[in-house]
Design a protein around this ligand. Structure first.
Ligand code: ZN
Length: 529
């Protein structure tokens, strides 16, 4: 009996010891645990783990430090050009909204990684068009004070904090930052008119002596201008209500009301009437609506439970009501962005060895410059592709050498040598496009750009061998003219490969370094392979 008991004890001990370590390592295990008190420490650890687990899609950075040295973390989810912005915990005791932000990040990232839909939303498509930025904890000092009390703050400020807390050592009702300023009464939106103000540092309701003076607010303003979001959602608690209008200009009311109605339909939260809310001001949502002229929302999650945080047991139901909001807002944000970013993009066809690359938009011409989608082409040419999310770089490795380029950067590397491109690789509708010449430069392929249709014909290096091929490019004219915009490169590393009598004018012949010669003959690659 005794032995069995000891063995059982040992087994239980082993299980207890293993459990925490296995939490995030087991495949499919969640990182974010909504059942815990979501502290600044938990937040920081979870953000790092999410970025490590989903490097293609999750990035993070500090947008500022609080007075007590805590980072105000921002987490980016997605690769799109359009952006939307979510945040939580402006108010200290409302930290269940941090959990909500984090749960969105993990659930959407997991769906993206597993290439599955989430509640009917095409996560891959949405996140390739829109990047969702989160600041899950705007006020980490305040949250820490609310959760742990004075122990997390230097003894020298305890007296002051107790005074701001009306003499109490119980900080469970705390809303302000750790200087006793309310971060959601600090924004420059009718700040002067704010009533019900405490004119001294206080656990709630003190708007400060001037707008935009706290570190939290300065960080949020600078970050908003940096990411330029189409829509913002600031989560608060509690009351299951939705703020959507703050002296909204008449021209924007219908646009914003439509979104508010959908928000309400998803969450069941009731809309706060514009006339009631016009008395407020100083909030992030107020500021965003007023200064950016774009839609912004303040949902208050959970049922009111007095002057304290919501219990973690409230999370499940609020998550159920809000789980689609992030993806839906991202989708709406993209529509707003796309309406403003109409370019003179003209789709053009791409032919590789006479076969058309069958892709949504294999290439386009924009103001005379031709961009191709690098993926189908390089894959067809046998390259292995690696995307580094943090660096926004693609490394392609294949028989013709290596190529590395970075989104938004004109400098690329071909076989370790830096080359300058005519234009930087860029995103269009969530897909990365590169100047077409980069492909020929890197692979040694023969490139022809036709003047009239803009069509691009690429002859893979494998076929730069004797067999006299008659090009069978369907819609391309037989007498192409000189390519219009592509300039010959300054440096031609090796002589042009001698081709048998050409029935098409090569736009550019750019064997790069050792390319061309070492090619395995007969590798006629099928597009879309
Ligand atoms: Zn609040």
């Amino acid at each position: 009996m005794k032995r069995v008991g000891m063995a059982l004890m040992a087994l239980i001990l082993v299980v207890l010891t293993l459990a925490p370590a296995g939490r995030s390592q087991a495949a499919g295990a969640s990182i974010v645990d909504p059942s815990v008190t979501y502290t600044y420490g938990v937040l920081t650890r979870d953000i790092r783990e999410l970025a490590a687990k989903y490097p293609d899609i999750v990035e993070y950075k500090s947008i500022g430090k609080t007075l007590y040295g805590r980072d105000i973390w921002a987490v980016g989810l997605g690769t799109g050009s359009a952006t939307v912005f979510f945040n939580g915990s402006h108010h200290a005791r409302e930290w269940l909204t941090t959990t909500l932000n984090m749960q969105m990040i993990e659930q959407y990232a997991a769906a993206y990684a597993e290439n599955r839909k989430f509640e009917g939303y095409d996560v891959r498509d949405i996140l390739s068009k829109t990047k969702i930025w989160f600041v899950p904890m705007v006020n980490p000092d305040g949250v820490t004070l609310q959760q742990t009390g004075l122990q997390s703050f230097p003894a020298s400020v305890h007296k002051a904090l107790i005074a701001m807390n009306d003499g109490s050592r119980n900080f469970k009702r705390w809303k302000a930052n750790a200087q006793g300023v309310d971060p959601n009464r600090q924004y420059d939106a009718n700040w002067e008119e704010l009533v019900n103000n405490y004119y001294y540092p206080h656990w709630m309701g003190h708007k400060g002596t001037a707008p935009m003076t706290t570190r939290e607010n300065k960080a949020m303003i600078a970050f908003t201008y940096e990411i330029d979001p189409e829509i913002a959602v600031s989560y608060h608690s509690a009351g299951r209500i939705l703020y959507w209008n703050f002296r909204t200009p008449a021209a924007n009311v219908a646009r914003d009301k439509r979104l508010a109605n959908i928000f309400t339909a998803f969450t069941g939260y009731s809309q706060v009437s514009p006339s009631y809310n016009s008395n407020g001001g100083g909030g992030y949502t107020d500021w965003f609506i007023q200064k950016l002229g774009r839609p912004a929302f303040t949902p208050e999650i959970g049922v009111k439970n007095g002057e304290t945080n919501l219990p973690v047991s409230a999370f499940g139901e609020e998550w159920r009501r809000n789980k689609k909001i992030g993806l839906w807002i991202a989708q709406e944000g993209y529509s707003l962005w796309a309406a403003k970013n109409k370019t003179t993009v003209k789709p053009v066809s791409v032919f590789l060895d006479g076969k058309r690359i069958d892709d949504d938009l294999a290439a386009f011409n924009e103001d005379g410059a031709t961009f191709v989608s690098y993926k189908p082409l390089l894959t067809s040419l046998g390259y292995k592709l690696k995307w580094e999310g943090a660096a926004k770089s693609v490394t392609a490795t294949g028989d013709y050498g290596t190529l590395r380029f970075t989104l938004g950067k004109k400098e690329a590397e071909i076989n370790g040598k830096t080359v300058t491109l005519t234009a930087a690789p860029r995103l269009y509708e969530g897909v990365i496009y590169v100047p077409v010449r980069l492909i020929s430069q890197a692979t040694g392929a023969i490139l022809t750009v036709y003047n009239d249709t803009g069509a691009v014909s690429i002859k893979s290096p494998a076929r730069v061998t004797p067999e006299p091929e008659v090009p069978t490019v369907p819609t391309v004219p037989t007498e192409p003219v000189e390519p219009p915009t592509e300039q010959p490169p300054a440096v031609v590393p090796t002589p042009e490969p001698s081709e048998p009598a050409q029935s098409e004018v090569p736009g550019e012949v750019q064997p790069s370094g050792s390319g061309g010669e070492d090619v395995v003959p007969g590798t006629v690659v099928q597009p879309g392979a």
